[in-house]
Design a protein around this ligand. Sequence first.
Ligand SMILES: N[C@@H](CCC[C@H](N)C(=O)O)C(=O)O
Length: 327
Amino acid sequence: MQIDLIKGHGSGNDFLLIDEISNAYSFTEKERAELARLLCNRNTELGADGILFVMKSQHADGRMRVFNADGSEASMCGNGLRLVARYICELYGLNEAVIETMKANLKVSKQADLLQDIHTYQVEISPVLFELKTLPLNLNQPTLYNERIKELSDELTFTALAVPNPHLITIVETEQLQSDIQKQLSEKVNGPNELFPDGVNVSFVKPLQPGAIYVRTFERGVGFTNACGTAMSASSLVTCLLELNEFEKTINVYNNGGKVQCVVHQIAGEYKIDLIGNATYLYEAAVEINLKGELFTISSKKDLMEQHSYEKLQEVAQQVITKTLKG
Ligand SMILES: N[C@@H](CCC[C@H](N)C(=O)O)C(=O)O
C-alpha cells in the first residue's frame, strides 16, 4: 500500500499524521497497530512517538485516533490533538473546531503564535477523572491524592488521574529527577503488573517558580518522550490542587522538547484544562509499505521548513531548564 503522511510535533513529541478524510484508505484494526509499530520504529527513516489517524466524524469537524509506537491505542493525546486541530482547521478554513476523540468531543482553536512563525493551537483536555477504576489502578481505595504507593517508592507521593488516558504524577526535587527512579518505576508499572494492568503515563514534576513547572514523562507504549501533552495538563492540575499554582492562571510548562502553556479551570466541581502550544510540521512524505514483510520505502519527501522557527522557542526553554534545574 502507498500512504501519504505528514510528520509533525508538539513540543518535540512527534507523530505521523495520516489523513483518512481526503484519502480513500481503509485500514483494518490490525493494520493500524502494525503501521504504528513499523513506521514509528526509531531505527527506520521515519520513527515517531505515535500515529495520528485523522478521520471523518458524524458528530464533529473531524475525528482523531492515536496509536502509540508499540501499536497500542491511546484514548487521548494532547500534543497530537494540536496537530490534528491544525490539520482540520486548515483543511476546512476554520479558526476553531470540535474534534471527536475516543471518549470525548473536544474544542480546539487557533491561537496567536507563541513566537514568530510558530503555528499555535489550544486544545481542551477533558474529562478529568480521579476514580482509580478509570485508569485502572488496583488499590483498595477510591482515589489516590498525593499519597504513597508502597509497592513503588518509600519516598515519593503520587496522584492518579485520567484525562481520560491514565496518569501517575509525583512532585519531585532535582536530585530525584537526576536519579533513575523514574525509569525503574515506570518500567515496572508498564510491564506485566497487578497495580496498573493497562500501564500508565508516569510524570515527574518539578515546580520552578509560581506559574512555571518542568515535567518529564515516561509514556505508556513509548518510553521517555520529549513531552506529553496530557501529562503536562494533568501535572498542571495537580500543582493547582497542591496550591503550588493557581486555577485560571497561565502555567508555563517546560519540557525537554520546549514549552507549552496550561490553564486549569474548575467549573461546578469539575476540572478541565486548556493546553496551548505549537503544532509544527516537519515534512510530508509518500511511503510504499509492505506490512507482511515489515518493510517500507520512502518514495518522496518534502521538508516543510517550519522547524527553524520552533528551535528559537526550544533554545529559550532549554536556558530556563538549565538555569533552574542544573543550578
Ligand atoms: N503524548 C501524548 C499521549 C499519548 C498517549 C499515551 N502514550 C498513552 O498511552 O496514554 C500526549 O501528548 O498526550
